[in-house]
Structure formats: C-alpha cells, structure tokens
Design a protein around this ligand. Structure first.
Ligand code: FAD
Length: 304
C-alpha cells in the first residue's frame, strides 16, 4: 500500500478554506492534497454525469475542486451556477480567463464568484478561438498576470495560476515561463496547477526552474487519467504535452481495453512517483466522469 494511503486513511473532510491553507495543513500532517477538475457540461446527460461525479468526489474526501471557464466568457453563467452549488460543500476554485475580457466585466464576474462562496480563482489567460485569432487584442487584459493583478485589486480571493511542465507552446523556453510564474507570485498568486503532462522529469524540471526564478509557490501536478487513449492523445497534442514514445506506441497498437489498462497503469505509476518526489497533491482532470478519476486517486493511495 502506498504511504499516502496510510497517511490519508483516517483523514476527515477538509474544512472549507483556501487552497494554500489546505496544502499547508495536509503537509503538516505529512499527507498530500487530493483535488479534481470539472467543466460546465453542454446538455442534461452531461449535467447528470457532472453531479454524480461530484458526489463521488465528496465521498472520496477530496480537499478541493475546480471548475473551468470558457475562454471569452462564453459559458460564464454555467460555471457560476455550478460553483454556487459546489462552494457550500467543498473548497471550490473558479477558473477565470482573461482573453477578450474587459476589466469592468471581469471585475463583475470576480464579485459574482465571491458571492457564490468561491475561495480561490485560477487566473488563466485562455486562448483565442480559431474563428477569432485576434481575440487577445480585443480585450483589456493581455496576460494571466494582468488578471492576477486585477483579482487582487477588486477582491480578497486567493489566486492560483497555471504552470507548464512541458513549456507553454508560445514560450521560448522553461526559464521564460518560470520568470512569468515568479511575476505572478510577486503579484499575489499563491499556488499553481499544471497543464496535463506525462513525465516525472518534466515536473522536476519545472520545479527546479521555478525555484531558480524565485517562484516558490506550491505547484500541484494536474493529472489526466488515460482512460480513453485516443481522446487523451488528441488532448495532449492540443495542449502541447508530449506522450513518451514508448507509451504512445503501446497505446496506438493495443485494442481499446488493453490501451485503457496500459494508460491507467501508466498514470497511476506517474502519480505515485510525483507524490514520492514531494508534489503537494494531485489535481485530477475528471472530464466529469468519476470511474477513471477515482481509479487513479485510489491507485496512488489518496482515497480508500
Ligand atoms: C491548470 C490549468 C487550467 C486551465 N483552465 C482553463 C480554463 O478554465 N479555460 C480556458 O480557456 N483555458 C484553460 N487553460 C488553458 C490556458 O488558457 C492556456 O494554456 C493558455 O494558453 C495559457 O494560459 P496562462 O494562464 O498560462 O497564460 P499567460 O500566463 O498569460 O501566458 C501565456 C504566454 O504568454 C507569456 N507571458 C505571459 N505573461 C508574460 C509577461 N509578463 N512577459 C513575457 N511573457 C509573458 C507566457 O510565457 C506564455 O508563453 C488552463 C490551463 C491550465 C494549466
């Protein structure tokens, strides 16, 4: 049994507080945090799956959850109504994007997140949609850093940011990303969650580079369970994450069931290694489905 299971076996559900407090408290007890990401679904079936998964996540004594936000604010009302329901039950992080947004409109959304009981914002730039490549120039906020600054100006919410173990696709190198991360920390960001990635070395390189740049905030790995190999291969390509060649070969040559077995085992092994090197917790991307997300959480020993 992995050590974390021993440490979390008697754990009681965490009180609703900031993510940083949760990380600090768990660390004091020698245990990592367990958290999950959701997205606003498009239809009724998706809605049912979201809430089933949320119930399962509560049962697994997760520490916090986060809910994504459509770049450009396309689904802001749905994100807000979901966080309103989650926030009284568990520490809830609302993602918020900068792309195409005005300062006044964003300030208003931040106040609505606050009124909904959200404890933290994940301040993210967002990407320009394919049909409007100039969207970044349309708004008042060009980068996530400006969003971190605005959030601190207009609210008392805790602010987290994204981090990129495989280097942000627009960055020249990891040192550049790390300088930006340090600027976000200086502007008040107190934790980071990573983009999906598939290599322990990539996480370690990010952590070393962030340290060297003075970005000392906790960096929680974001982990995508490889439940549906074809879907994950597509998502990895879209986000610029590389799947190790050997794993990719195995996933592509196996049938669906075998690819799932190989993929889930790989993700569990990666999660265990990340915890072994002292990652502050794991943030599991659920895609609003609980089976694979909880299989991963159990596999790494973070829930019974
Ligand atoms: C954990 C996580 C959650 C996410 N959730 C969402 C979501 O809910 N909705 C969504 O639409 N997208 C989401 N994304 C995707 C995100 O919008 C994209 O990855 C986007 O391309 C980058 O966002 P960012 O916050 O890192 O941007 P930024 O920090 O603005 O960085 C973008 C690029 O600009 C450079 N840069 C930024 N500031 C400076 C500066 N001051 N000087 C020089 N260069 C700079 C960076 O190095 C980088 O190359 C998420 C990503 C992560 C990691």
């Amino acid at each position: 049994m992995p050590n974390q299971q021993l440490l979390r076996s008697n754990i009681t559900p965490a009180p609703i507080s900031s993510v940083t407090e949760l990380i600090t408290n768990r660390q004091a007890a020698g245990a990592p945090t367990l958290s999950f990401e959701f997205f606003p679904p498009k239809d009724e079936a998706g809605e049912a799956s979201l809430w089933r998964t949320f119930d399962d996540v509560l049962e697994a004594k997760a520490d916090f959850v986060s809910v994504t936000y459509g770049a450009g604010g396309s689904n802001s009302a749905r994100t807000l109504s979901i966080v309103e329901h989650m926030a009284p039950q568990i520490t809830t992080v609302g993602h918020l994007t900068a792309v195409g947004a005005t300062r006044a409109g964003t300030g208003e959304i931040i106040r609505r997140f606050e009124a909904a009981g959200v404890k933290s914002l994940l301040a993210i730039r967002g990407d320009a949609p394919k049909d409007n490549p100039n969207a970044l120039a349309d708004g008042d906020l060009g980068t996530a850093l400006e969003l971190v600054e605005l959030a601190h100006e207009v609210s008392a919410l805790e602010v987290g940011v994204g981090a990129f173990p495989e280097v942000h696709p627009e960055s020249p190198d990891m040192a550049h990303d790390s300088k930006v991360l340090a600027l976000k920390q200086a502007a008040g960001a107190s934790f980071a969650i990573t983009q999906l990635f598939f290599s322990l070395d990539a996480y370690l390189a990010l952590r070393n580079s962030a340290d060297a740049a003075g970005a000392t905030l906790p960096i929680v790995p974001g982990l995508m369970p490889i439940n549906n190999a074809k879907q994950v291969i597509r998502m990895a390509a879209m986000s610029g994450a590389s799947i190790p060649a050997e794993l990719l070969g195995q996933l592509e040559s196996a049938d669906e069931a075998e690819a799932r077995r190989i993929g889930m085992q790989f993700t569990i092994d990666l999660g265990v290694k990340l915890l072994d090197v002292g990652a502050p917790g794991l943030h599991i991307f659920t895609l609003n489905q609980s089976v694979a997300a909880l299989e991963l959480a159990r596999g790494v020993g973070l829930c019974p």
